[in-house]
Ligand binder design. Structure first.
Ligand code: ZN
Length: 211
């Protein structure tokens, strides 16, 4: 899943910083932070039906922010093949279709993801990223509170249940349903959207006049 500020694609989900602040996998109460210079929570997870899974004996857990996204470049590097429905390409086409940007322009905005429902971890002996079959079942869900107006894109990974190759049509994939709700009247009374970082942006240099 990718998230952008609906009014400014330059502000987008910052997977690595969210990992640094919360841990390798996100669940209820964790926040999805945005890129510099904003660094603010743009979405908060408010319900996770897979919360019960916790961390398994292998160190695996769901909804990671450690994987990047499957992409055609790595696939070509590893296999020499041309495959066009990796998550990276699915997200690129979705953003291009929604915004009217060219594929090349849209691709530059696609970023490291929240791996919704994926079950992943690091091997204990070698520290390598692993994926395994997810405990997700029909009806499972992850709910977010949008802290700002968001544009989101979601890819049903061609890796499917991770039982076969990752960048191919071999795995069984299942559709994902996205529903958007408005808050009930009054539910946001007293709430304010998060502000961008208070850092002055000088990086130790004198700011030019008018900046
Ligand atoms: Zn994928």
């Amino acid at each position: 899943m990718n998230l952008w500020n609906a009014n400014d694609l330059a502000e987008r989900f910052y997977s690595g910083k969210s990992r640094a602040l919360h841990g390798s996998h996100l669940t209820t109460g964790h926040r999805m932070w945005s890129t510099f210079p904003h660094l603010r929570p743009i979405a908060t997870i408010i319900n996770d039906s897979l919360n019960w899974y916790g961390r398994d004996d292998y160190g695996g857990a769901v909804h990671d922010v450690i994987g990047t996204r499957c992409d055609p470049y790595t696939n070509t590097l590893l296999s020499g093949g041309q495959y066009h429905h990796c998550c990276h390409s699915n997200l690129t086409r979705a953003l291009a279709d929604e915004t009217g940007l060219s594929l090349r322009e849209a691709e530059a905005h696609v970023h490291d993801v929240l791996n919704v429902f994926m079950c992943t971890g690091f091997t204990r002996d070698t520290g390598q990223y692993f994926m395994k079959a997810s405990p997700v079942r029909v009806g499972d869900r992850l709910e977010f509170f949008a802290e700002i107006d968001l544009l989101g894109a979601l890819s049903a990974c061609p890796g499917g249940d991770c039982s076969t190759s990752h960048s191919s049509d071999a795995a069984t994939c299942h559709p994902l349903l996205v529903e958007v709700y408005a808050p009930q009247n009054g539910a946001l009374n007293g709430w304010e959207p998060p502000r961008s970082s208070g850092y002055n942006g000088s990086h130790g240099r004198k700011l030019p006049d008018g900046d």
